[in-house]
Design a protein around this ligand. Structure first.
Ligand code: UD1
Ligand code: CA
Length: 477
């Protein structure tokens, strides 16, 4: 049969798709329209759009609540139809109808079912009787909130009854409507105007079409999902979290198949679209937010948070945060480092314990191992920054840059007050506060000279009431 062949093929000529995304999503209790709530770093609506875009280019999105925001987020490339008042799922499809072809098949999908994949839609279409309707169903452990599938004694689908209208017996039915349907377009155009809003919600229910079709003898079928979980409809934040758990599983599984080691997939949170090279090992409690690109053979975590990071190969990051920065091959970060936006670390750079770096370029092999703040600095290769060094970039009004040329050595606990250049191979003595350029190869020493007063210590230590008299208080004496 010709239709069968169309369904098997890559894109289907006779197929149009309408995605319903006009609702506010009251149960989310949110200022953000429901379909834009993120799941693994991207709007919920993107997932169903991905699933349909491999089937056809004719995709219409019905928008209404916060329509501009939804359109701006999803971008051009889609046909948008505006539903000014959200009078129900049937009403939403009515708004799209004038723009649809007069014949062929129409997939109607909801923007809040982010787990349905192309293969599920394709499978439903394969079983769909042209000249009828198919509804995608699932048998769920808890049917609360979903429309129930009413079947005749012979198992024929007769109607869908919404939670609010269902009798006690109907509520016990565990086969539910997932909100995905296929309709013959000619029939749909004939029956949509017959929908009425005579129900508890005073809405035009798309689901009423099923009984209308059935009453007039048009074939109505159910395509039941083998795994009910992929039919999940997200109405509240609990279901949002459930959807995210399932998407995380998919993302993590995909990465493991590609050769990424996840020590504990359940506590590894990786956004959709993050790229990770093979042989990279990720330890528990690590969060990788999109966009991020991670090279081969990196070692990340435990307890590491990356966002907007590009990591070349062989990078190690332990117990640290990296934002909008690029880290060179074999670099080592952490434990307990904070790489803030705008940093580029060259290969084999070390940024160690309790070090914060911001807006800085740090070239190959440079080491900042302990307890430093480096703000707005350009540091050449092979520089050694001692423990506790602060690059003072802010004078209370403006930010300034500091340049440290290759091979320089900055002694512990120094302050480098920008704007400033430390020349190539220069040596800054520990404890210096430097506010003028240091020429290449120079030793800079900027601290008060030490004085020692022989015998004076016991006078200070021995003052009244002090440990000088009662040695038991003073552990060092
Ligand atoms: C709907 C179905 C229910 C099914 C469930 C599956 C109806 C009447 N009920 O209920 O049988 O089990 O989905 O998840 O269809 N929308 C619009 N315009 C509107 C109303 C809704 O575009 O006027 C959109 C929403 O943005 C959403 C989708 O349609 O993406 C579904 O609406 P929602 O209110 O979530 O319907 P449910 O109560 O879940
Ligand atoms: Ca819903």
């Amino acid at each position: 049969m010709a239709y069968e062949r169309l369904v098997q093929g890559a894109k289907m000529k006779e197929l149009s798709v309408v995605v319903l995304a006009a609702g506010e999503g009251k149960r989310m209790r949110s200022g953000c329209p429901k379909v834009l709530h993120p799941i693994c770093g991207r709007p919920m609506l993107s997932y169903i759009l991905d699933s349909v875009s491999t089937l056809t280019d004719r995709v219409t999105i019905v928008v209404g609540h916060e329509a501009t925001r939804v359109k701006e987020t999803m971008g051009p490339g889609w046909e948008y139809v505006f539903q000014a008042d959200q009078l129900g799922t049937g009403h939403a499809v009515m708004q799209a109808l004038p723009g649809l072809p007069a014949s062929g098949q129409l997939l109607v999908l909801c923007g809040d079912t982010p787990l349905l994949e192309t293969r599920h839609l394709r499978e439903m279409l394969r079983q769909h009787p042209p000249g009828g309707a198919t509804v995608m169903t699932a048998r769920v452990p808890d049917p609360y909130g979903y429309g129930r599938i009413i079947r005749s004694s012979r198992g024929q689908v007769e109607a869908i009854v919404e939670e609010g209208e269902a009798t006690v017996e109907q509520r016990a039915i565990t086969e539910v409507n997932t909100g995905a349907y296929c309709f013959d377009l000619k029939l749909l155009a004939r029956y949509l105007p017959m929908l009425e809003e005579k129900n508890i919600q005073r809405e035009y229910y798309l689901t009423d079409l099923i009984s209308l079709f059935n009453n007039d003898g048009h074939p109505v079928q159910a395509y039941r999902l083998a795994d009910y979980r992929v039919g999940l409809g997200v109405n509240d934040r609990q279901q949002l979290a459930e959807a995210a758990v399932m998407w995380r599983e998919r993302i993590n599984r995909g990465l493991m198949i590609k050769g990424v080691t996840l020590i504990d997939p359940e506590t590894t949170y990786i956004d959709y679209g993050v790229e990770i090279g093979p042989e990279t090992e990720i330890w528990p409690q690590t969060i990788i937010e999109a966009p991020c690109t991670i090279g081969d053979r990196c070692r990340l975590g435990p307890s590491t948070h990356l966002k907007g990071a590009v990591l070349e190969e062989g990078v190690t990051i332990r117990n640290s945060v990296v934002e909008d920065s690029r880290i060179g091959a074999q670099a080592m970060v952490g434990p307990f480092a904070y790489i803030r936006p705008g940093c580029q670390l060259g290969s084999r750079v070390k940024v160690g314990t309790f070090v914060e770096v911001k807006g800085s370029n740090i070239e190959e092999g440079t080491k900042i191992p302990h307890l430093s703040y480096v703000g707005d600095a350009d540091i050449g290769e092979g520089v050694n920054i001692g423990a506790g060094v602060i690059v003072v970039n802010y004078d209370g009004r403006r930010k300034h840059r500091c340049r440290i040329e290759p091979g320089a050595f900055v002694g512990c606990n120094s302050n480098l007050i920008s704007p400033l250049t430390i020349g190539e191979g220069a040596f800054v003595a520990a404890g210096s506060t430097i506010n003028r350029d240091v020429p290449a190869g120079s030793l800079a020493l900027a601290r008060t000279e030490q004085k020692s007063f022989p015998g004076r210590a016991s006078k200070l230590i021995g003052r009244k009431g002090s440990p000088g008299k009662d040695k038991s208080h003073h552990p060092d004496v």
